[in-house]
Ligand binder design. Structure first.
Ligand code: XIL
Length: 376
């Protein structure tokens, strides 16, 4: 306990220093990394600075990224950064239902398997994403009506087959993704309509049966701070745990926007989940900017990335901090949010940007006082 408190004090005390140190990068030209060497060489080919994963390991944290399997296959610089900087990978799309079972009963695991092999070769853990969601479902599933019994069997088969396929190779699963509305009601999805709220407990039980060693998460956006949605998630996971359902973590996606307030009381929010005996994780961090980018927005972006990491560092059960991709050329943001972009740690040429250096500095500062426990 003393270790925990001194670590928290250390991290909190570092906040000001971190902000001061990292702000010197804003507006300065990025170091002259050649993209083929991105993540390995230091500025001007000098000695390599410690990558994020090395610094994070010193404080018992996994640092992760979402990975596009197409880019991993085609782009050498992208592969290098993925391997050099991160100790956890999440398939951005390759494990979603429409990717793994585009035709009923015919599984297409190739892309996901390649990523899992890449992770093993680079001593990375894999966060599996995602088993039960309302989005990116295959056409065969959404294009007709099913009875409740049929749909329950389809879901059970999907979870069982997918978790079994990756058993022992995926550290943690986002079993259920985005089941709530902003006001805390359950989302009106194909699953809720046919199966009622019981599908949530069933999903965790089926996943656990298929791989008892995988850490099973509930994952959502806009639950980073205290509010009606995170209250509803809290009530759900508290009830599931009281009923003996094997939910073991809550993932906070952490898709932030420089024009919106930072999540309300994020540290207290993560801590209350931790106090239920759950792991917590930042699972999809990015901070989007309304284009064109200006220096004030860049500063706000750097602060938001840093604050989210500081919160994770201050909560002992926060086991990983994953960014949702690491290069602006690969980010989902411009496709999903009109007139927004520049949301990741690296620019379009895969040169690290100010928030990358801010995260590195924050990890360096935290290293003196932190925990020994690590995780997915
Ligand atoms: C996004 C991917 O990044 C895009 O490539 C895809 O077109 C749509 O999905 N919350 C999630 C992720 O849980 O799966 C989403 O990923 C981003 C929001």
């Amino acid at each position: 306990m003393r270790l925990f408190h001194s670590r928290v004090a250390r991290v909190a005390g570092s906040t000001l220093a971190a902000a001061t140190l990292v702000s010197t990068h804003v507006g300065a030209a990025a170091p002259a990394h050649r993209s083929a060497l991105a993540g390995l060489a230091g500025p001007r080919g000098g000695p390599a600075a410690d990558p994020l994963r090395t610094l994070a390991a010193r404080v018992g944290l996994r640092i992760g990224t979402a990975v596009s399997t197409d880019s991993l296959r085609q782009d050498r610089a992208y592969r290098r950064v993925t391997a050099a900087q991160f100790s956890s990978v999440t398939p951005e799309n390759a494990m979603k239902w429409e990717s793994v079972e585009p035709t009923r009963g015919t599984y297409t695991w190739d892309d996901a398997d390649r990523l899992v092999d890449f992770a093993r070769a680079n001593r990375q853990v894999v966060r599996g994403h995602t088993l039960v969601w309302h989005s990116q479902l295959p056409g065969w599933l959404t294009s007709r009506e099913w009875s409740a019994a049929e749909l329950r069997e389809i879901l059970r088969t999907h979870i069982t087959d997918q978790v079994s396929h990756f058993a022992g190779r995926v550290r943690a699963w986002d079993v259920v993704n985005e089941a709530f509305e902003e006001d805390g009601r359950l989302r009106d999805s194909i699953w809720l309509r046919a199966l009622g709220p019981g599908y949530l407990a069933d999903a965790f039980r089926w996943a656990h049966e298929a791989d008892p060693d995988a850490r099973l998460y509930y994952n959502d956006y806009n639950i980073e701070g205290v509010g009606p949605k995170s209250d509803a998630v809290y009530d759900l996971v508290a009830r599931l745990r009281a009923d003996g359902v094997p939910v073991e973590g809550v993932g906070m996606q952490t898709h932030l926007d420089t024009q919106l307030p930072f999540p309300t009381r994020m540290r207290q929010n993560l801590q209350r989940f931790a106090d239920l005996g759950l792991d917590v994780a930042v699972t999809e961090a990015d901070v989007r900017i309304t284009l064109p980018v200006d220096p004030t927005e860049q500063l706000a972006q750097e602060a938001a990335y840093t604050r989210a990491l500081q919160v994770c560092l201050a909560v002992r059960r926060c086991v990983s901090y994953t960014v949702w991709g690491f290069g602006d050329a690969y980010s989902w943001v411009p496709d999903a949010f009109a007139c927004q972009g520049s949301a990741t740690l690296y620019d379009e040429q895969l040169r690290p940007k100010a928030p990358y250096f801010a995260l590195r500095r924050t990890l360096q500062l935290a290293a003196g006082g932190r925990r020994t426990a690590g995780g997915a």
